[in-house]
Design a protein around this ligand. Structure first.
Ligand SMILES: Nc1ncnc2c1ncn2[C@@H]1O[C@H](COP(=O)(O)OP(=O)(O)OP(=O)(O)O)[C@@H](O)[C@H]1O
Ligand SMILES: [Mg+2]
Length: 253
């Protein structure tokens, strides 16, 4: 609680909270086994961990795509467990899955409009916000999303999610499948989005890069949050390096 005095943050600043979440796809099989997470207003949260740890499942649990069997997930203090996608969108939750995250047969402009179907009036204002971060898209609004490169599609997907002015943006592996240069760009854009004030929760395979840009990170292992800390502390934690970052972690500082 002393934190509240020093940082000016209080309970009102908690945007997303997961408490002891157990969730799974198949009856009797839980993938999340007591996962906890807090994202405060304006934070960039990174989630790393081995393949199959449940990172994507954690985002899907927030977005109502996997059954939450125990525990609670709140957005701005209210439980969202059991809500469908349209209700979650109204509560300000935006989710960009790793794949199939644009409508390829639609133009960039139509993709952006789809992101706003619940509130088309703010189109011009939101287009300006998104164009500040993704300037190149604003110039190519009539191009079909299916003709774009992987990195460009990722930008459209993030832009579409940002159109609704979300309270929290959930990103599943924004750098996956991109060339090294495009990966660098993806991390810079995520950073830019967050600097523009958007609370963001990002899952990433590229653990070191993720921890370098995030405010706080969680290491997820076997469906539980095994470690939590500032990006810098996790990058320098010998246990995290040994178990999750490999030898590359030693030159991370
Ligand atoms: N739709 C599904 N039905 C049944 N099991 C699933 C489903 N989706 C994922 N799983 C299982 O849940 C476990 C965790 O998967 P998840 O995709 O959350 O892991 P991840 O940490 O995102 O892994 P990766 O780093 O490979 O993306 C895996 O064992 C996976 O097989
Ligand atoms: Mg995944």
């Amino acid at each position: 609680m002393t934190d509240n005095v020093s940082t000016g943050q209080g309970a009102d600043d908690v945007i997303v909270e997961m408490k002891d979440v157990h969730a799974g796809y198949l009856p009797g099989v839980n993938i999340l086994n007591g996962a906890n997470l807090v994202a405060r207003r304006g934070e960039l949260i990174g989630i790393i961990g081995p393949n199959g740890a449940g990172k994507s499942t954690l985002l899907k649990a927030i977005f109502g795509m996997v059954q939450v069997r125990d525990g609670d997930i709140t957005v701005k203090g209210e439980s969202i467990v059991g809500l469908k996608a349209d209700k979650l969108v109204r509560r300000g939750v935006a989710f960009v899955p790793q794949t199939n995250n644009v409508f390829p047969s639609l133009t960039i402009e139509e993709n952006l409009q789809m992101g706003l179907y619940q509130n088309p009036k703010i189109y011009a204002e939101r287009l300006e916000f998104v164009s500040d971060i993704f300037a190149e898209l604003g110039k190519r609004l009539k191009q079909r999303a299916g003709s774009l490169s992987g990195g460009e599609r990722q930008m459209v997907a993030m832009s579409r999610a940002l159109m609704m002015d979300p309270s929290v943006l959930l990103l599943d592996e924004p750098s996956a499948g991109l060339s090294p240069v495009r990966q660098d760009d993806a991390f810079i854009r995520v950073s830019d989005i967050n600097k523009a004030g958007v609370t963001t929760i990002m899952v990433e395979q590229n653990a070191r890069r993720c921890l370098q840009i995030c405010d706080r990170g969680y290491v997820l292992d076997q469906g539980r949050d095994a470690y939590e800390g500032s990006g810098r502390d996790l990058l320098n934690d010998p246990k995290v390096i040994g178990l999750y970052l490999g030898t590359l972690g030693t030159d991370a500082a």
